[in-house]
Design a binder for this molecule. Structure first.
Ligand code: DC
Length: 231
């Protein structure tokens, strides 16, 4: 059976990674969370003091890009790959609201994007990959056989992200999570380099009213149909 490339793009907290992970597992494909890579670069910039509430030293970050190594390692217990920054597992650290508050700014930097896209294209070179992000169907894999674009209302997405953070024990308010979702939507869709847009040949899925199960079934059927058409 010939493998295909599946690109899942969309707004933040649309449940892309949940469905992408499950889809990759069901198909025996590799799952790549491209947002985690931008988050790892953000964590690095925060640790080095290149980005703070009041400043962003873009040139310092660009000069240090060569020192940033991002990797993924499959965790059998969790059933997905965790992110490593220069050899250190940062899976938990990159999911904080603090990182979310800086990541869209970091993702506007073209030099950062070039380095990430190059690595993402390498990871998907042999196909058999499900990758989620913002520019996967438009920039990283414009020839992907299946492109999905996920969307849901900002309120619904903020509620989902808020529930996740609370479950982890983070102290956040719903209002600040909603503000972050709206601000990231704005920065991600209006940046100059590779803004979040739907590829012309993508299938749009509004999952505001779909359960995780319904969404998975829909996406799985689409994948199966595309795979059989590609043989
Ligand atoms: O999917 P996520 O919320 O973890 O992504 C974090 C940020 O990274 C998001 O606000 C925009 C950026 N991003 C991007 O610019 N391009 C991608 N392919 C993936 C994420």
């Amino acid at each position: 059976m010939k493998n295909i490339t599946i690109a899942i793009d969309g707004f933040s907290s649309t449940g892309k990674s949940t469905v992408a992970k499950r889809l990759a597992k069901a198909l025996g494909y590799v799952y790549v969370d491209s947002g985690a890579m931008y988050r790892a670069v953000t964590l690095y910039a925060m640790q080095k003091g290149f980005i703070t509430i009041s400043s962003f030293d873009k040139n310092d970050l660009i000069a240090h890009l060569k020192d940033i190594e991002i990797g993924f390692e499959f965790n059998e217990d969790l059933g997905f790959s965790e992110v490593f920054l220069n050899g250190k597992n940062v899976e938990k650290q990159i999911r904080t609201l603090e990182v979310s508050q800086f990541v869209s700014q970091i993702a506007t930097v073209s030099e950062v994007r070039k380095q990430m896209v190059r690595q993402q294209q390498k990871m998907g070179a042999n196909k058999g990959v499900v990758m989620d992000g913002r520019d996967i169907g438009t920039v990283v894999f414009p020839d992907a056989e299946l492109k999905l674009f996920m969307t849901a209302s900002a309120e619904k997405r903020a509620q989902r992200r808020y529930d996740e953070l609370i479950e982890r024990g983070d102290k956040v308010s719903y209002e600040e999570v909603l503000k972050n979702v709206q601000s990231r939507d704005h920065i991600d869709s209006t940046r100059k380099d590779s803004p979040l847009t739907m590829a012309e040949d993508a299938i749009k899925i509004d999952n505001s009213a779909l359960s995780l199960e319904e969404q998975f079934e829909l996406v799985y059927d689409l994948a199966k149909t595309t795979i059989s058409k590609s043989q």
